[in-house]
Design a protein around this ligand. Sequence first.
Ligand code: HEM
Length: 538
Amino acid sequence: DSPETVSPTGVPTGAPKTSNAQSGRYLTTAQGARLRDTDHSLKAGPRGPVLLQDHHLREKITHFDHERIPERVVHARGAAAHGVFVANGAAEGITRAGFLARDAQTPVFVRFSTVLGSRGSADTVRDTRGFATKFYTDEGTFDLVGNNIPVFFIQDAIKFPDVIHAGKPHPDREIPQAQSAHDTFWDFVSLHTEAQHHTIWNMSDRGIPRSYRTMEGFGVHTFRVVNAKGETSLVKFHWKPRLGVHSLVWEEAQIINGMDPDYHRRDLADAIEAGAYPEWDLGVQVFPDTEDEMFEGIDLLDPTKIVPEELAPVQVIGTMTLNRNVTNFFAETEQVAFHPGHLVPGIDVTNDPLLQGRLFSYIDTQLTRLGGPNFAQIPINRPHAPVNDMLRDGFHQDAVHSGVAPYQPNSLDGGCPFLAGADMGAFIDVPAPVAKSRKVRENPATFDDHYSQPRQFFRSLTPVEQDHVIQAYTFELGKCYEENIKVRQLQALANIDERLCAEVAAGLGLPAPAPTLKVDDAEPSPALQQVGGTWPVD
Ligand code: HEM
């Protein structure tokens, strides 16, 4: 056993307690009493009934009976690894976050995932991939909970239960297990046209990554950063894999699903074990923090939009290397709890309505998934910064809190110096102005354009990549039972690109509808070609 580190208040921090019962000298009960026999239950004679008094039998079976916890409601299937993030200092001018200062090194834990499949589903399905990073910084834990696709299906978190209900297996037959080929999925995205942009990325080669090691990652939302002078900027986070972006082709993906459903997790673990440590550069697109939170006509609060990289290039601010596999899948990969609200001084959220809802959702689901309010004390979730909170008691409380006065100010336990108002390097909410406005449920009009960016994306692809998109739509829609859903999705495709629509329609044996909107014929910009195509390898 390695010793646990315990902060002065009794909250465990840092290194987890490990145990290796399989190879220990003695096997014991959970209470530490040595066992003589773990293979036979206690009976009334060799052929007699088993005795209720057999404590070891009951303890062993009872614990086994409770080994499972609920899988994540989304992103249930994942694989993870430890590593280190080294900053190059390029972000020092825009954020005071200490872990982004030049040469700062920060331990990280990254979990990659599919979104819709269950914990036991296959790896190489067509789906979005999660790319969630926990930075254990000296100023507290920062979680960058992103995906491998830079936009999201919906613009408002209130639609999240709906899009997930549509994407998960049908409630009657519990099929399909993957994202592919649902009536409900296509019903949703054809009725909610803001989903068309994310969907065309899914239908492209980005939906079937070759490896977690060759995926980009995106924070998706715009975040607000603040520097030491209190000046703010808006940023979007990007992870760029040093190995370049690579995908499978659909036939490969299908064969691999059958032959090795663990392909992605095996690839990640094998590469790390072999010392081929995967690396990503972390970059930011930086925008001025203007009152309207727009950039070049793009609403920065709309998570269904990208900002083309020719308009705002990605500036590299550090590099992450994954160099250590997990020791125990359950303890680490399964119990890790990410949260977009885990922020550090220098990084704050914006009013993106999708992000705002996420700030509520993660902790709420983790209360159930991880059995109560103390999951921050689970080793993988423990901050590496000292913890001194006033959260007390509850299920699975590990800390032995000293003192009698868990409230501030108090005159019994000494109180905290921050009450004197000194700068303690604390998180300060950016005093961003909040519009004096009526309460409304409507979206701003700047959220209304659902087609120009999917169109730019499609037209930015090479002919081979475009063929893959056409084949993917044709295959997936071809699996729908309801013809009216196919027809409605073809209408959305007509508004994206007439040739795309015509070819998918021909593949489905249906007439191609005319666009209901004026389709812009402009050629894509070079930056959009980069965004849509393969990222160049250095
Ligand atoms: C889990 C990303 C939107 C609710 C996750 C995970 C990722 C992720 C990567 C897996 C975390 C892990 O590995 O443990 C995103 C991105 C989003 C998004 C990039 C949009 C840009 C939302 C929204 C909601 C939501 C809008 C709810 C309103 C959840 C929940 C989990 C989850 C409940 C499971 C968390 C757990 O059980 O620990 N998300 N998500 N997500 N997400 Fe999201």
